[in-house]
Design a protein around this ligand. Structure first.
Ligand code: PBG
Length: 423
């Protein structure tokens, strides 16, 4: 098995790169369960989605050779067509045991016996409006000359996403080392990469919903989400002070939702007060309520070069062994004024999503992180799993567990799939 992985095709390597947003090998499964009607605000050619199977289903009607009106007239005249003959009992394979019926009052399979019935009783649905598309930005994507390739690529990604009903993005910057400092002051530079990108995007797409990441790690020379003291301690309240400035700077540029992912204590309340004091009472806060110290973030940190320079993030991110502790964070974030509560990672933490769903009336977000995405991509490339089906199932499971929205690198690919598009 190890050698299979080592000899994997080159495309596996791309999983580690910055191209998570691009989708590989998308094929719509012919009998996919996931259908949608386009909802995008900027749909130029609205297309109602029609289940193609209906044509086949109606084929026998056509054989009668009567129009609807003729059929109706025939019924009114009492010429009711004969019932179709009872089909012969389908043969069982030779050797099938002959047994009495089990005395069951309930056979749950009855409600699953046809595609139409399964569709009727489906409890959870998936729509492109549930997705938030993460975009990785670097200097070239926010340059003030919009003809530069980076900006063009950024606009392309957003426009492709909007075309299939994904109108929310979250921005993650790759900041040059020269701009990183121990106190991460570049985080609140009004002319920094993130504020410039927000202004570019809002200028072209005023109704795009822009989420931002609030944390110091992309700007910290230590690669931590907060300011690091000489002895390695991450300083809480001093970090919160910086985060407030960062959030206000993002709001000033036009961010719709600021998302503290740093896990410092008290940052939601402090950011709320800072935003309100500057007149940004309409800007929402999506709090990373239960963010775990997870190894599933590996590919993201590689891509953005944001690995902690020393130690780990266990003094601020949560212990993956803990469940009840997520309730403590939930209560704090709710009372401090969070608008949306986020759980991260996604699939390995479905129980936490359900816990928050059952304990808070606020919208719940799940973050399907880079490691989850890469595993599905790699499994698909190695032909160990059906990438598209596993992608759709994993997203549906996050919804079933209680997530209203999902931050996912699959946003574009999954939305295309929901809209019945081929690549
Ligand atoms: C950091 C941040 C991380 C991710 C999003 N924001 C990494 C971390 O906590 O080190 C990870 C996302 C992913 O793995 O997809 N504030």
């Amino acid at each position: 098995m190890a050698s299979t992985v080592l000899n994997a095709p080159n495309s596996v390597q791309r999983i580690n790169g910055l191209d998570w947003g691009s989708d590989v090998g998308l094929k719509r499964s012919p009998n996919s369960n996931f259908l949608c009607v386009r909802t995008s605000a900027n749909v130029r050619s609205p297309r109602l989605f029609v289940v193609r199977a209906s044509e086949e289903r109606d084929a026998h009607m056509k054989k009668l050779g009567r129009s609807d009106a003729e059929c109706e007239a025939a019924v009114v005249a009492g010429n009711i067509p004969e019932a179709p003959p009872v089909p012969p009992k389908p043969a069982s394979p030779a050797g099938t045991p002959v047994v009495p019926l089990l005395p069951l009052s309930r056979r749950p399979r009855r409600n699953r016996r046809s595609p139409a019935m399964r569709a009727s009783f489906q409890e959870t649905n998936l729509s492109p409006s549930n997705f938030v598309y993460p975009l990785f930005i670097h200097e070239d994507s926010a340059t003030i000359y919009p003809h530069r390739l980076g900006t063009w690529v950024l606009f392309q990604s957003v426009s492709k996403a909007r075309d299939v009903g994904v109108n929310s993005v979250v921005l993650f910057p790759k900041v040059p080392d020269a701009l990183k400092t121990p106190t991460g002051d570049e985080a609140y530079n009004d002319n920094g990469l993130v504020p410039r990108t927000i202004r570019l995007l809002k200028d072209k797409y005023p109704d795009l919903v822009i989420y931002t990441d609030v944390a110091l790690d992309p700007y910290s020379s230590d690669g931590h989400d907060g300011i690091v003291r000489e002895d390695g301690v991450i300083m809480n309240d001093e970090t919160v002070h910086q985060l407030c400035k960062q959030a206000v700077s993002q709001a000033r540029a036009g961010a719709d939702v600021v998302s503290p992912s740093d896990m410092m204590d008290g940052r939601v309340g402090a950011i709320r007060r800072a935003l309100d004091a500057e007149g940004f009472y309409h800007v929402s806060i999506m709090s990373y309520t239960a963010k775990y110290a997870s190894s599933f973030y590996g590919p993201f940190r590689e891509a953005l070069d944001s690995n902690p320079r020393f130690g780990d993030k266990k003094t601020y991110q949560m212990n993956p062994a803990n469940y009840r502790e997520a309730l403590i964070e939930t209560r704090e974030d709710e009372s401090e004024g969070a608008d949306i509560l986020l759980v991260k990672p996604g699939l390995p933490y479905l129980d936490i999503i359900r816990l928050l769903r059952d304990n808070s009336p606020l919208p719940i977000a799940a973050y399907q992180v880079s490691g989850e995405y890469s595993m599905i991509k790699a499994g698909g490339v190695l032909k160990m799993i059906d990438e598209e089906k596993v992608m759709m199932e994993s997203l549906m499971c996050l919804r079933r567990a209680g997530a209203d929205i999902i931050l996912t690198y699959f946003a574009l690919q999954a939305a295309r799939c929901l809209c019945g598009e081929r690549r």
